[in-house]
Write a protein that binds this ligand. Sequence first.
Ligand SMILES: [Zn+2]
Length: 243
Amino acid sequence: MATQVVDVAVQSLGKMKGNIASGMDDILSVVGNLAEGEESFDGENLDALEEMLLDYTSMERTLKQFTAAVSEVKAQLRDSDVSVEECKALLEAAHQDKKKDNYDKDLQSHSKVLEFRNKLQELREAQEEEEEEDEAGPSSNADQSLGEEELVMTQTEVGTKCPFTQQEMTNPVRNTICGHHYEKRGIDELLSKRKRFRCPLPGCNNKSFIVHEHLQPDQHFKKLLEKQRRANKRKQADSMYVD
Ligand SMILES: [Zn+2]
């Protein structure tokens, strides 16, 4: 019977499923090790890791949908006698039907991808804190010179205003998918209107609609904003004396 051909194929898929799962876990543990300072890293390597993880989630989805298509075809055929060719055609049609609503954005909200991005964020925060500690030596004079971090933020002048409300952010939340920030009150209000919208930052690759699950309070960023505001005030005060 033709469906026996399918059964053999499904057995080998079981092994693939295991490989995909352990591949994803490997990537997450690499990021975990980075956070513990066991390995050095640069941004490019992290991007490559993320790409790999997204590939795995895509494979996992294909596998799930193919397996579902197989059960469907088997149930449909039961004991009827069809040729291998017919069986293949049915399977292909069932698989195509399952694939037709696949979008890349669905992969972006996969739990392992979110976990990966959260770990990355922790990694960056730990790194920034280390840099802050380095700056706070006895020789640094906080009143006369801006910290390196503040200087960078002042130079680029990015991300202190909410892209939705255009107001200075005081209570920022971070989009866990793309890492961009918005003012909590502004985005909550927009979400309460139940309209669908995406991250408005120019050049942002995140194509998912924003939902509450993507948003996280960001205390570290909040502190940075406060620091920058203080630095700007100092700058204003200084220029008053010059004039
Ligand atoms: Zn974004």
